[in-house]
Design a protein around this ligand. Sequence first.
Ligand code: ZN
Length: 136
Amino acid sequence: MKLTHIEHIGIAVKNLTDSISYYENVLGLKCYAIEEVKDQKVKTAFFKIGETKIELLESTDPEGPIGKFIEKKGEGIHHLAFAVNKIESAIEEVDSKGIKLIDKKARKGAEGLDIAFLHPKSTGGVLTELCENKNK
Ligand code: ZN
């Protein structure tokens, strides 16, 4: 598998509006997209820094993955996403190396990316996402 760059860093927040204000008014970034991912029960806001993005995640449901994360750990870094050139073969490769997968098959994430999560139990505690942008 070939990782090309860090696609984004996912950060769990309680309130998207408050957090956007911090990233824009303090760090000087510009939010270029807000998107709801119903599947994941989140509303996301995106910022770009070079090739990498910051993805803020606000839960739309306390029972969703981000709702549960915030309940347990509070706000903070939720996952790290790597861009890969071929997600299907990357999934097969990590699977064959005994890594526990959350997604055995790629699915659609925010921004129309094909994504799959690796379980933090197999990745040194870091919830890891692989993404491929097939739209470019
Ligand atoms: Zn993500």
